[in-house]
Design a protein around this ligand. Structure first.
Ligand code: AMP
Ligand code: GLY
Length: 422
């Protein structure tokens, strides 16, 4: 099979790495890719949001399957374009991809499906939003309805803070049009888990869970980031909880989307809060998490390619995916300045030595080659150093031993990834 992977971050490097192990693969291409991906796939300089460019590439290279990493091309209709061209594409069409882009669409679908989420109100007028906040009291969560680059959520500890968020989002429009409608919801308390299900439109199978570390600093301090590391499987997420989430959250949501003529095919990423009353949905994403995907791929022992194909063919019922009883950890190395303005162009050395530590995989995210061919930092989250082991302790020791071999003084990482599992 010829496969095109769309994207160029750490998640896509992990997908390419897993796919490249498949005996079914004859050629792997990736666009735009990155220097790490270029070691295992042929990369083409087509941006992941260039829908026409990606489609033209898939046609020109005669690929048998397109695998989409990020959400943006899905929201922009890459899966729809592939369907029209008769090319199988792993990832949902633009309609169901709105589950990630619109908080109120997510709430509508979850409620219609009877899936547990936080109690909420939806508002297009600031006065009504403020009245609801005063009635419910704090803590309370204020969310801009549309996409706000991950910044549209305020978990307010006081009524004043929540009202301030209403002023900023709805009246001052700090997130633009995304703040025209606000979702205001009950503050859920518990441990946050990322759960992934592979879906073929009518059936879903569990892909496992991971836990992300969103804050930049050790001990979960400092500003939010895209994720400074992840580990899998999270001990708090038992088999029984997974079965409950499949039954109460995933299966009914798939059925509701199919009923609305928007069958969901691809990865459904459930952001869950494990509350005292049971697991509740915080949100859905329509793709793998980054860096959760890297941690998951390190544990997968089945060939992933037949599973992706089965999802696109509506053949996931009874599909059996195997996981090794391993623990995995992924530690992100970020460039100085992240999550503010990261410093670019600094040279990275020592990755060959790092990759030689047993159990370790090095994933590239924001790297580039400079004119002299040297590997340099070219983004905020630059590398993901992953490791698997029989225990979390073993995986963690391997990952940090590899990091010690990375010669990049301008990079930094958290030293406590996986602390909840230890
Ligand atoms: P979202 O953009 O919806 O993923 O929200 C960003 C983060 O805000 C989540 O990862 C949670 O940590 C937090 N959050 C969102 N909704 C709630 C809620 N209802 N209760 C508590 N925390 C929340
Ligand atoms: N790591 C969280 C995400 O990919 O959205």
């Amino acid at each position: 099979m010829k496969v095109l992977v769309v994207g160029g971050g750490g998640r896509e490097h992990a997908l390419c790495w897993a796919i490249s192990a498949s005996p079914l693969l004859t050629r792997l291409i990736c666009a735009p890719g990155n220097p790490g991906i270029a070691e295992i796939a042929e990369c083409f300089p087509v941006g992941s949001e260039d829908i026409e460019g990606q489609l033209a590439l898939a046609k020109a290279e005669g690929v048998d399957l397109v695998v989409v990493g990020p959400e943006a091309p899905l929201t922009l209709g890459l899966a729809d374009a592939c369907a029209q061209a008769g090319i199988p594409c792993f990832g949902p069409k633009a309609g169901p991809a709105r589950l990630e882009g619109s908080k109120s669409f997510f709430k509508d679908i979850a409620n219609a499906a009877g899936a547990p989420t936080a109690a909420f109100g939806r508002f297009t007028e600031a006065a009504a939003a403020r009245a609801y906040i005063r009635e419910k009291g704090a803590p309370i969560v204020v969310k801009a309805d549309g996409l706000a680059a991950g910044k549209g959520v305020v978990v307010a500890t006081t009524v004043e803070e929540a009202e301030q968020a209403v002023t900023e989002m709805m009246e001052d429009r700090i997130h633009g049009a995304a703040g025209a409608t606000l979702v205001i919801e009950e503050c859920l308390v518990g441990e946050e888990i990322s759960f992934f299900a592979l879906c073929d439109g009518s059936h879903a199978i569990p892909l496992g869970a991971a836990q992300d570390h969103k804050r930049v600093g050790d001990g979960d301090t400092g500003p939010n980031t895209g994720g400074m590391g992840a580990y899998s499987p999270p001990p708090a997420f038992t088999e029984a909880l997974q079965a409950e989430v499949m039954e109460r959250c995933i299966t009914p949501v798939l059925a509701e989307l199919a009923r609305r003529d928007m069958p969901f095919q691809g990865v459904l990423f459930a952001g869950l809060m494990l509350t005292k009353e049971g697991p509740k949905l915080l949100e859905f994403n329509v793709r793998f998490g980054d860096p959760e995907c890297q941690a998951l791929m390190l544990r997968l022992r089945s060939d992933i390619l037949p599973a992706l194909v089965a999802a696109t063919q509506g053949e996931l019922k009874d599909f059996d995916l195997r996981w090794e009883k391993l623990a995995s950890i992924l530690v992100v190395m970020a460039a100085e300045g992240y999550p503010g303005t990261p410093r670019k162009g600094t040279e990275i050395r020592g990755l060959e030595a790092a990759a030689q530590v047993p159990g370790v995989q090095v994933f590239h995210a924001g790297t580039a080659r400079d004119d002299a061919g040297r590997l340099v930092a070219n983004g905020g989250r630059v590398l993901g150093i992953g490791a698997s082991g029989k225990t979390f302790q073993e995986a963690r020791e391997a990952a940090y031993a590899a990091i010690a071999k990375v010669d990049w003084p301008e990079g930094f990482c958290r030293k406590d990834i996986g602390w909840r599992a230890l």
